[in-house]
Design a protein around this ligand. Structure first.
Ligand SMILES: C[S@@+](CC[C@H](N)C(=O)[O-])C[C@H]1O[C@@H](n2cnc3c(N)ncnc32)[C@H](O)[C@@H]1O
Length: 245
């Protein structure tokens, strides 16, 4: 069970905002109370050191596939695209509680969210992370980072959509998915449909940047009320979680 912890010991308090809550769902039984303070994972210091080392390398070129969907310059400093430590620790803890066989993540970027997922898998001593990113430069840096935490991953240099069926075996289902690629409804909805078709009852699907723009707010409103999900919630104003019926 994911319990509220003592703030001073562990760090940031993240509000839980329910959209749909079925008391019998895994989310309702595991997210108790109005907030969560994720415990700091034992790999956290190492992950943050690796992330800082990558950040020191400076701006790295954005994937050309962003085209008109890019806001700002054509490169990014690694720290500007990563999940923050409190959310990373939440991911690691979610993995420890849910005990997935298969986690799918896109995109990998510099491997920060992936390292936290791996930290959870290491604790469980089982499961794999399938992570996808078409940016060759970023993926190379990500692979170096991920390998420092675990070898329980397969990093595909390419898009999720084009590669998932070559990577996920026919007898495998997605237990946890993290959709963190191009933050527009036009991209997210078809990606979500691909995930749903390869997931099962009780699978948890996480969306990042649900508050990124009016378009993403609208996207979250639609998917969080979708009847195919038994429960849905947001953690703070950035991360959404859906549980499949
Ligand atoms: C916000 S970053 C991901 C941050 C990372 N998940 C983290 O928290 O550390 C978005 C990434 O998605 C990648 N991306 C964009 N479209 C994609 C797609 N269709 N499949 C896989 N990755 C994609 C981009 O190249 C970029 O590296």
């Amino acid at each position: 069970m994911i319990k509220p912890y003592v703030i001073s010991r562990i760090g940031r308090k993240l509000p839980i905002n329910w959209v749909k809550k079925d008391e019998g769902s895994w989310l309702a039984q595991n997210f108790i109370g109005d907030f969560i303070i994720p415990p700091i994972n034992s790999y956290c210091t190492k992950i943050e050191q690796l992330a800082e080392h990558t950040n020191q390398k400076g701006n790295q070129p954005l994937w050309e596939g962003y085209h008109g969907n890019n806001i700002g310059s054509s490169s990014r400093k690694p720290n500007t695209v990563r999940s923050v430590p409190a959310i990373g620790n939440l991911f690691a803890y979610l993995v420890q509680e849910k005990k997935p066989e298969i986690i799918v993540e896109f995109g990998t970027a510099f491997g920060v969210s992936g390292m936290y997922f791996l930290a959870g898998l290491n604790k469980n001593e089982k499961g794999s992370l399938l992570t996808f990113d078409p940016n060759e430069v970023w993926a190379k840096l990500a692979k170096e980072n991920l390998l420092q935490i675990s070898n329980r991953f397969k990093l595909t240099v390419g898009t999720f959509e084009e590669n998932i069926d070559n990577i996920l075996l026919h007898n495998q289902n997605i237990d946890i998915a993290f959709i963190d690629a191009i933050h527009t409804k036009e991209f997210v909805i078809p990606q979500l449909e691909i995930v749903i078709a390869r997931a099962k009852k009780g699978s948890i699907i996480i969306l990042d940047d649900i508050n990124f723009s009016a378009d993403m707010i609208n996207c979250w409103e639609e998917v969080s009320n979708d009847n195919r999900f038994i429960s849905s919630l947001s953690i703070g104003d950035r991360v959404g979680m859906l549980e499949l019926k």
